[in-house]
Design a protein. Structure first.
Length: 188
């Protein structure tokens, strides 16, 4: 699955998206289309799309947000449904977090001052008979992706089947933008 929104109609949400909450809409600026979540209200919003899977997939996307004073947005990508695994950038905590069923399972320090596109990638893969590795990468758009994951988490319980999703919380009161969403099978 992939969507860069270039074929999407502005003002709408692509038909294949199941919006869980939020007034997402395709916008355009400087010849580029992207999906935008407005800066209000302040809550957690997301949408699901693409094929369901337990493991063997990677989701990646570009995301953009700005800070306002000391407030930052929170945004992320997820696999395995609403209660699956979510890789999110949490600038106010100066961290990248991996959530499992909404609870923080792992986190690493990360500084981001806002106002620039970031790339996020999350994968869930089986790495043993009863072991799965959930790994995420975050890097500045236009830079080379890190060779090693930014954060890794080991799981001994088989992940649940579920769709990929994108999330955002505009705590800064400014919009969050999403672009270049890709879900791909991981080569074995």
């Amino acid at each position: 699955y992939q969507n860069n929104f270039e074929q999407s109609e502005t003002g709408n949400v692509p038909d294949e998206f199941l919006v869980l909450d939020g007034d997402f809409a395709v916008k355009a600026e400087s010849g580029n289309k992207y999906l935008e979540l407005p800066g209000a209200p302040l809550d957690a919003f997301g949408f699901m799309f693409g094929p369901s899977a337990r493991h063997g997939n990677e989701i990646s996307a570009r995301m953009f947000g700005t800070k306002k004073g000391r407030r930052f947005p929170v945004f992320g990508v997820a696999l395995n449904g609403v209660n699956g695994y979510r890789l999110q950038v949490t600038p106010a905590k100066r961290a990248i977090e991996l959530l499992k069923a909404g609870a923080v399972a792992a986190k690493v320090p990360f500084r981001w001052s806002g106002g620039e596109w970031l790339r996020l990638a999350l994968r869930v893969e089986q790495t043993g008979d009863a072991e799965w590795t959930i790994s995420g990468k975050v890097w500045a758009d236009g830079k080379k992706a890190p060779a090693k994951p930014t954060l890794t988490y080991k799981e001994t319980k088989e992940p649940r089947n579920g769709k990929p999703s994108i999330w955002g919380s505009p705590y800064s009161g400014t919009p969050i933008r999403y672009d270049d969403i890709v879900v791909k099978k991981i080569a074995k």
